[in-house]
Design a protein around this ligand. Structure first.
Ligand code: ZN
Length: 289
């Protein structure tokens, strides 16, 4: 049996089982302080019986370098109290098993690659649009890590003509993608979530345009066979279709693909992250961090 953790900024999803489609028990706990949250997670796992390995898909930034002394840590995060928290070792040591560790979006990307909408794709990107915007890339079955890991939500875009005045909500870059199209950025200039705004409100066009520009950027950089778009904002009725239409119109045929045919919702719904965490556990059992 494996353990799986989807460690988010607002909640931790915990599961034990033989894989994403053979979950024996699952629960979720709110993300409070590291001490309290990790103690509750450890307590829950200890009640479930022995696990052979644990997989953790975590909010970040995180250290993914296996040679680094801070591998498995959440590093310099704006999330209060969590900077330099050694999530992987604190859970792995207490539970007594090897740990696989990656970002939340890399985990979701692996989950979709193995079991969801990106099955069989050599290059696939998973994007979440919610409280923040992030993306994970799987290439040849491996997630892209590099210096740290991609921070896809912080790319810069052309401003929409009807969205010139908003300075942007990213504390670092202002009007990067996350600063323009995340849930908090939408609320900051229109006072409501996208799904609460009427269907003819300009916000729908503005946000779809930014996400379509982002899809064009991803296609230009990675030539992905799938771009999978999840997260709370993407639950907005009609948004995925608007993004598809705009990406198709913007990108044209230049990239050898109609963008609308590769942009998909998650095949695993909200279960992509925990599916990826199970995959990380399986890899950890074979010595892969
Ligand atoms: Zn930014």
């Amino acid at each position: 049996m494996f353990g799986a953790v989807e460690a988010g900024g607002t909640k931790f999803v915990l599961a034990v089982g033989h894989g994403h489609d053979a979950i024996v028990a699952q629960t979720q706990i709110p993300t409070t302080t590291p001490a309290e949250t990790l103690a509750r997670a450890i307590g829950w796992f200890q009640q479930q019986g022995a696990v052979a390995a644990l997989g953790i898909a975590s909010f970040g930034p995180v250290d993914l370098d296996p040679a680094s002394p801070s591998w498995g840590h959440v590093t310099d995060t704006p999330k209060a109290g969590w900077s330099q928290t050694n999530v992987a070792a604190r859970l792995g040591d207490a539970i007594g098993c090897p740990v696989g560790f990656d970002t939340d979006v890399n985990g979701a990307a692996i989950g979709e690659y193995l079991h969801g909408a990106a099955r069989g794709c050599d290059v696939a990107i998973y994007v979440t649009v919610g409280t923040g915007i992030g993306g994970g890339a799987v290439i040849g079955g491996h997630t892209v890590k590099g210096v740290r890991h991609p921070e896809m939500g912080h790319v810069m875009l052309q401003r929409h003509p009807q969205d010139r005045d908003f300075a942007g909500a990213c504390p670092v870059h202002g009007d990067c993608l996350e600063g323009l199209a995340s849930g908090p950025a939408i609320k900051a200039r229109w006072g409501a979530s996208l799904s609460e705004l009427p269907a003819d409100h300009v916000a729908h066009d503005v946000i779809a345009d930014y996400l379509a520009q982002f899809c064009q950027t991803l296609i230009a950089l990675y030539s992905p066979q799938r771009i999978i778009m999840g997260g709370g904002v993407m639950q907005t009725s009609g948004l995925l279709d608007r993004v598809r239409d705009k990406a198709s119109a913007r990108a044209g045929r230049y990239f050898g693909v109609d963008a609308s045919t590769i942009i998909m919702p998650p095949g695993l719904g909200t279960g992509a992250g925990i599916a990826g965490a199970f995959a990380l556990a399986g890899r950890a059992l074979h010595g892969e961090r």
